[in-house]
Design a protein. Sequence first.
Length: 365
Amino acid sequence: MKAQLTRPELDALPSYLPSPIPLDSSGAPQAPDAARLALNELPFGPLPGVLEAIIAAAGDSNRYPDMAAVALRNALADRHGVTPDRIVTGFGSVYLLELLLKAVCEPGQEFVFPWRSYEAYPVVAVGGNIRPVQVPCAADFRQDLDAMSAAITADTRVALICNPNNPTSTAVTRAELTKFIDSVPESVLVVLDEAYGEFVTDPDVPDGLVEYGDRRNVVVLRTMSKAWGLAGLRLGWLAAAPEVATAMRKLLAPFSTSTFAEVAAIAALEQEKEVRRRVDFITAERARMYPALKALATQAPVSQTNFFWLPMADPAAFAAHCEAGGVLIRDFPEAARVTIGTAAENDRLLEVTATADKLLTARID
Ligand SMILES: Cc1ncc(COP(=O)(O)O)c(C=O)c1O
């Protein structure tokens, strides 16, 4: 028998997430004209000023970036009214979550999070030798905060709420979140992953940084990948208590905020008005599309994000049907997830879904 060279726990993780964007053998998209509604990206090009900032920085490509990303941390701090010592930046918010777990959990301690939720959560847990504790969402696809509170044990170090939740598109309210945070022992960090926070229109859903940011055991995780349109540059950030941020910065992979990500993010932060205009467009499209999608997948929750969660009988066949019609979406075992794109892309999606076999999209309860 061959000796095992890697940790056996990794055998249970998915070894490869195939790209939902089909690629040819050279890595180029097979259907370049397809509507890319699979990855919850914004469909628009870079914000004004972003390209110029990247080009202006290109001459320094031979130099390392600023390890501490001071200029970007100052810009984020100014915009959000927090001190720069509380901010950590890095190549994507998933990476920062991984780092946070490393900074606070001893091997074998627990990380509590909702499920179904973002697929990277169990992976970063197992990667860090931390025990993932997945708390099922309620029947209406909303996170069950009472069950999450009950799941916290003496071994729990981190509990995460994804607000709004990917992939189910639902959000928890201020009353629910306040009760949950109040119920968590001070020694447990509560992470609020607000990757899609900019798309929230329900006034009962809180902005975690504004409403809970000053609590010592709350960490607010944000990304420039979604509303800010910088997914390809990889830039996430978080705000935490100064001692948590300091501990994390000790563990950062060297230079993990690239020169280009930093200058692009600073330029993007100057375009708040345009970001708001783009987000308003997406939320208006969300309102326009919902009735047709709800008729198709009757359990589809009201979305607080830039995507819809469509529970149905055969999501994989539905995704194949959409792909044949030039629309790339994401299928999960129990539902399809479709991102809101440009008006033309959304129209194409609605046309394609109108011809889907009713058996695929039938209710599954
Ligand atoms: C809930 C959630 N958190 C974090 C991320 C990752 O963001 P980033 O691109 O900053 O790594 C995603 C990406 O899809 C997400 O859905």
